[in-house]
Design a protein around this ligand. Sequence first.
Ligand code: ADP
Ligand code: MG
Length: 544
Amino acid sequence: MDEDDNSRGGNRREDGDNPRRDDDTEAGDTPAETSASTEDAVSAEDIDIQASIGPDTDTPADDLDQHKDPDVGLDKVVLNDDEGSKGLFDDLLAGEPIFENKEVLRPSYTPHELPHRTDQINQMATILVSALRGETPSNILIYGKTGTGKTASAKFVSQELESTSQKYDVPCEVEYINCEVTDTQYRVLAQLANKFIEKNVERIEAEQDRLDEMRTRATEDPNALAETPYDSIAEIDERADELAADADEMETVPMTGWPTDRVYTTFFDAVDYKERVVVIMLDEIDKLVEKSGDDTLYNLSRMNSELDNSRISIMGISNDLKFTDFLDPRVKSSLGEEEIVFPPYDANQLRDILQHRADVAFKGGALTDDVIPLCAAFAAQEHGDARRALDLLRTAGELAERGQADTVEEAHVRQAQDKIELDRVVEVVRTLPTQSKIVLFAIILLEKNGVRNINTGEVFNIYKRLCEEIDADVLTQRRVTDLISELDMLGIVNAVVVSKGRYGRTKEISLSVPIDETEAVLLTDSRLGDIESAQPFVQARFDN
Ligand code: ADP
Ligand code: MG
C-alpha cells in the first residue's frame, strides 16, 4: 500500500513536466500587438464581444454574495457550552437514512460475486491453474472497455489463486500493478523488485526465527537435533550466517536514480531467490505502452529463458482493443498467447449487477421500482459501463438523501445523470491545454452572440483576437482545425462537415455542453481569466 502511495506521489510530480503543457506555458513570449493595431483592424460591423463577457463577469461575484448569506450571522454559529450544540446536524440526521452501507457502491469496493463474468473468470482460472501445479501458465491478454469488470474479475481470480496456493502449500504468487499509476519501466520493475525483496526478507526472517529456536533446543538437549535437518549446531550457525548474508544483499530499489539495468537485475535476482511461479498482472497495460513503449514487456517476456528457480507469467489488461498494434511483434505474440474479451454489459446484465449491490447498499424499501432499470438503461447507453451504473445509483441515493426524501425516485436518477455528465465536462474542460481552451472560448463567444452554423474561419478569427489579448502564441488555422476536431472527439463540441457546393466544404460547429458552466470553468484558468479584465475591448469581425 505504502509503495503504491509513493509511486502515485512521484507520478504527480512528473506529470508537471508533461510536454504538452510546456508548449502552452511558453506561449506567453510573443510580443503583444498594440491595442491600436487591433482597433485599426476593426470595422463598423464588428460585434463587441466585451458586451457579452461583461454581464457574466458579475455572475461569480453574485454567487459568492449568495454564499455569504446574511442570515447566517456569526453570532448564530457560536457554540453554546450549556447545550453542547445548536442542532446544525440534527435536521440532517433526522431524515430516514437511505443508505445501509454506501461503501458498497464505491469503485474501491471489491464485490464477492461478479454476475455475468463467470465465463471470463473460468477462462482465466483454466489457464492459471498450471501455476498451482508448478508449471508456467500461458501469458494472458484481457481486453474490454472501461467498466466491463476486468479489474474486479482479475482481482477476484488473483485472490482465489493465492488462497488456493496457500491451502495446498504450493509456491505461487500474484503481483498486481496498476500501470496508470506505475507508468514507466523503472517504476514497474522497481515496484516488482521491492515487493519480492519484501517477501524474501519476510521468509528469511521466519527461517532465522526457526533456526534460533532449533539452536536453543539443541543446546539444551543434543537429541533434539535429530528432529532438524541439521547434524550439528555448527551447521545451524552456518545456515544462519548464509541467511544473514542474503538479507544483507537485499537492497530495496529507490523510486528514482538507479540505471534501469540495475533495477532489472535486482528484480531478476529477487524473483529467482526461490522456486516459485509468479503471475504478474499489469492492469491498464495500454497506458504503460502509450507512455513508455514496450521495453518493460519485452524484458519481462524474455525472463523465463534466464530464470533458474522461478517462472513468471504475465496477465495484461487493456481498455484499448488495438493497443497491440504498437507492440514489437515478438512481444505481441508472447503476450497474447491467450486472449480473453470482456464484452460490454447490456441493460439487463447491468440491472442484475446493480440489484446485487443495492441489496447491501440501501435500506429495505429505499429504492422505488424504476430506479435500478433507469440506472441500467443510462449506463447501457454509456457503452455498458458498470462503473457508470454504480456511480449513478450512488449519486441518485445521495441526492435523495440531501433532499431529505424517504425514497430514491426516478427524478433523482435523472438529476444524477445530469450531475455526472456535468462533472465529466467540467473535468475535461478544466484539464484541456490552454490553446484548446482558447479555441473553446471562441466558440462560446460566437454562440453567445447568436451566431448559428459557426464555421472554422469564424472560430479562428475570434481565437486570434483572444490570443492577442492574453499574449498567447497564435497557432495556424490548420492547427486550430485540429484542436476543434479534438474537442469534437471529447464530446465538447459537435463539428459536422457540410458541403458548400462549389465553395468546397466547411465545418459547422456547435457547443454540445452547457454554455454557462463551461464558460465558468474556462474562466477559472488564470490565463483566460485575464480576458475578463482585459482592456481595451476584445472586438472581432464576423466574416459572414
Ligand atoms: P474495468 O476494470 O473493466 O474498467 P472494473 O472491474 O473496475 O471495470 O468495474 C467497474 C465497477 O463495476 C467496479 O466497481 C466493479 O466492482 C463493478 N463491476 C463490474 N462488473 C461487475 C460484475 N459483473 N458484478 C458486480 N460488479 C461489477
Ligand atoms: Mg480496470
